[in-house]
Design a protein around this ligand. Structure first.
Ligand SMILES: NC(=O)c1ccc[n+]([C@@H]2O[C@H](COP(=O)([O-])OP(=O)(O)OC[C@H]3O[C@@H](n4cnc5c(N)ncnc54)[C@H](OP(=O)(O)O)[C@@H]3O)[C@@H](O)[C@H]2O)c1
Length: 328
């Protein structure tokens, strides 16, 4: 295939800690279930061709290997010159949240990706489970106390070793950050949490701004089939009305709103036309009136994780029911 180097301009944001390259505002999410690995590899290649330079995976998703293969193939085809041109994030799963397992887990992630460093390594959730393969739904007896100090110190070691250029957290509420920050000699560069017009996370975002932590959005369109009310964003009447007036799609209005909040985001689609559509949000703006309307949308968290953690009570060291509510 002839190499076509994309010229699409995606804004980038400097991360407040670590030595990663600036993060491109839009990233491709690769949380998929029951899909053959080639679909991820093909989507990564299509995305790179269109101008994506930021990819999000996790040890949990099983997409590290095909993501790495997609990037390597893009280099072979001349779509990018080297792996250095892409920003790659992966995450430490709950069963790996033990101080002695953090560096080995990252080494395994890098082996899966066939890369020698990550741009960003995140603690996936403030939840610790017995070491071993992930079990769903999580078993109460597998819960372990979360060692905020030990796990974060091991994350810092990952950055010192050069295995991750920046480190951060995900699904952390203010109370989890409060527990961890006193031990941090490296401030988490990122807190990746759900952010979209239906889950704006104003309190958490204010807290992170104060502490110098960049907020990155997952589920900027409200998530996939496993989200509690997945259509709350894409079927929002408020967003539909704005989209109609601006000549944009609801997805574009939602992504544009997230971008205007100073939040980078990772969005999942493997469909070429949607990959392109989601990129086309950087050359127009919402109006003040649009922003006011969006600010009045009733708020709720859509990412319930209920298929992973049955809401039956104290089944994890940090109760997952405490991750879920939005902080008002
Ligand atoms: N840290 C965490 O705990 C966490 C949790 C959730 C997600 N994530 C990360 O964030 C990424 C994105 O979040 P997400 O996957 O939950 O959901 P999302 O990106 O908000 O939404 C994905 C859904 O929206 C659809 N979609 C994408 N573009 C569209 C468009 N232009 N028009 C209409 N529909 C569109 C997709 O359908 P098609 O695929 O059919 O196009 C898919 O069903 C994940 O893939 C993962 O990398 C992280």
């Amino acid at each position: 295939m002839a190499a076509t180097r994309s010229t699409t301009a995606v804004p980038e944001l400097a991360l407040p800690s670590g030595n990663a390259r600036p993060v491109p505002v839009i990233g491709l999410g690769t949380a998929v279930m029951f899909q053959p690995p080639e679909t991820t590899k093909d989507a990564v290649l299509a995305a790179i061709e269109l101008g994506y330079r930021h990819f999000d995976t996790a040890s949990l998703y099983g997409t590290e290997k095909p993501l790495g293969e997609g990037v390597a193939e893009a280099v072979r085809r001349g779509l990018i010159e080297s792996r250095e041109e892409v920003f790659v994030t992966s995450k430490l799963w709950c069963t790996q949240c033990h101080p002695d397992l953090v560096v080995p887990s990252l080494r395994q992630t890098l082996e899966n990706l066939q890369m020698d460093y990550l741009d960003l390594y995140l603690i996936h959730m403030p939840v610790c489970q017995k070491p071993g393969p992930p079990v769903f739904p999580a078993r109460r007896e597998d819960a372990r106390p979360f060692d905020f100090k030990g796990v974060w110190q091991a994350m810092e070691e990952c950055q010192r070793l050069g295995l991750a250029r920046a480190i951060g957290v995900s699904n952390f509420r203010t109370k989890h950050l409060d527990k961890m920050m006193p031990f941090a000699t490296i401030t988490p560069a990122v807190n990746q949490v759900e952010v979209n017009p239906v889950c704006q996370q104003l309190k958490l975002r204010g807290y992170c701004a104060e502490k110098g932590i960049h907020v990155q959005a997952f589920s900027p369109l409200g998530g996939q089939s496993w989200a509690a009310e997945r259509n709350a964003v894409l079927e929002s009447e408020v967003l539909a009305e704005i989209a109609k007036a601006r000549g944009k799609t609801v997805a574009q209005v939602s992504l544009r709103w997230v971008f205007e909040q100073g939040v980078s985001f990772v969005v999942k689609t493997y469909k070429k036309e949607r990959l392109k559509e989601n990129l086309e949000i950087f050359d127009w703006e919402l109006t003040d009136e649009d922003r006011v309307k969006i600010s009045r949308i009733p708020q709720k968290k859509l990412s319930g994780f209920s298929f992973m953690f049955k809401p039956e009570g104290e089944f994890t060291s940090v109760d997952v029911s405490e991750i879920n509510p939005i902080e008002e």
